[in-house]
Write a protein that binds this ligand. Structure first.
Ligand code: C5P
Length: 398
């Protein structure tokens, strides 16, 4: 299952490090080649000799060994792998990763790698629940790091709760699922999602009812087919998926900047419900209700059309550009006209009239408008709609 896959296994210094020795064996049983790296603290728990014997590979321990010309340099070591796994990922290692520190071999490899990273946290329950660890976790997830576990249960320190390292079979399953060759492997796909918030003043804003559910489901479905997904999201009600690179934005202007920064991509899907207008005379200070002063007059200006901007790029346009059309009437005709007006390849059209319950709901009923015509799909869960759309995108990028 993992034949010819190379895994760089960074073993951190925690009591759970003993499980990492078994992890080496189980990954090798699946056909993987495992190169172990031990932190100084890890050597207090497992010996380099055990790791090396089980991996049948040299164990790497010291940054400065790797400056020797005869050795594999740390850049090369960090990039020769298909996946970097950190198990156990201690609070300290997570902190270094989130903060971008590189002061030993493990942390330097993690900074230098251009490969996906998976962490398997293991620490005392209070350390896991500490706001600093939770902050670091959120940062790492936003950076696209995959997280396996931790489990809940009795711990070596005698306490009980979340913080136990995931069991080895669970880690092997996560690695196998991640490294299986989906049809979108090696493809970069950009997805926008959620509403935008356009400020009126520091406490008020204009928004819409988009929950972000369809865009999130789509990012997950594309990720599951092996794509490397950049997920640009406005303030949505649903949490962004794991295992994708998340860029959080508020306004349409910020969304355009995040999209431009994320390009190039093989495909781009614009599922966000972007506000068409922003308040031109937004106030820096909270607007006051002053007796007798009358009502405030808001002036609007047009937001950039992100879908149109990307669709009409002359250089660096993604190979496939997909827009969404939320309509309340004449869905097909409006979507067909929108496809031409925006210059995108496909439009995914849906009826968001309140009686459909689609906006903010769990189901969707879409029509796909392409150069070949219109295809009506049945009413499906947003997840199933996403899976079908992701499969169609994979087909188009073949
Ligand atoms: O014009 P309309 O808002 O109906 O078009 C919807 C499509 O255009 C969606 O894919 C949406 O993400 C995108 N859009 C955009 N930037 C805007 C407005 C809409 O990318 N300012």
């Amino acid at each position: 299952m993992l034949a010819n896959k190379r895994i760089l296994l960074i073993i951190g210094g925690g009591i759970a490090a003993f499980k990492s020795l078994d992890l080496i064996r189980r990954l090798r049983e699946q056909g993987a080649n495992v190169v172990p790296v031990l932190t100084k603290a890890a050597e207090e728990f497992v010996t380099p000799l055990s790791a090396s014997a089980l991996a049948a590979e040299k164990v790497y321990r010291d940054l400065f060994d790797l400056t020797d010309e005869a050795e594999m340099g740390h850049i090369e070591l960090s990039r020769a792998a298909d996946l970097v796994v950190v198990a156990p990922a201690t609070a300290d290692l997570m902190g270094k990763m989130a903060g971008g520190l590189a002061n030993d071999l493990a942390s330097t490899l993690l900074m230098a790698t251009d490969k996906p990273v998976m962490i398997v946290p293991a620490m005392n329950v209070k350390m896991w629940e500490h706001p600093a660890t939770q902050r670091n976790l959120a940062t790492l997830q936003t950076d696209g790091v995959r997280v396996v576990g931790p489990d809940e249960g009795p711990m070596a320190c005698g306490e009980f709760g979340p913080g136990r390292m995931a069991e080895v079979p669970e880690i092997v399953d996560a690695v196998s699922a991640f490294l299986s060759d989906g049809p979108l492997k090696g493809r970069h796909i950009l997805v926008t999602s959620g509403p935008t918030h356009e400020p009126i003043d520091p406490v008020r804003y204009i928004a819409n009812r988009s929950s972000g559910a369809q865009g999130t489901a789509l990012a997950e479905a594309l990720r599951d087919l092996g794509a490397n997904v950049t997920f640009v999201t406005g303030p949505a009600q649903v949490a962004p998926p794991e295992g994708v690179t998340v860029r959080k934005v508020e306004t349409a202007g910020e969304m355009l900047a995040a999209v431009e920064a994320a390009l190039p991509s093989d495909a781009a899907v614009f599922a966000a419900a972007v506000a068409d207008w922003r308040v031109e005379n937004a106030s820096d200070q909270k607007m006051k209700k002053t007796e007798g002063a009358g009502l405030p007059a808001l002036e609007f200006s047009e937001n950039p059309d992100i879908l149109k901007t990307v669709s009409q790029m002359t250089t660096g346009r993604p190979g496939l550009v997909v827009g969404f059309a939320a309509e309340t009437n004449d869905v097909e005709a409006n979507a067909t006209a929108k496809r031409a007006r925006k210059g995108c390849d496909w439009i995914v059209a849906n009826d968001v009239s309140p009686e459909t319950g689609i906006m903010g709901g769990s189901e969707n009923k879409v029509s796909i408008v392409t150069a070949d015509g219109v295809e009506d799909w049945p009413r499906l869960s947003k997840q199933e709609t996403a899976r079908r759309l992701a499969a169609r995108i994979a087909d188009a990028l073949k």
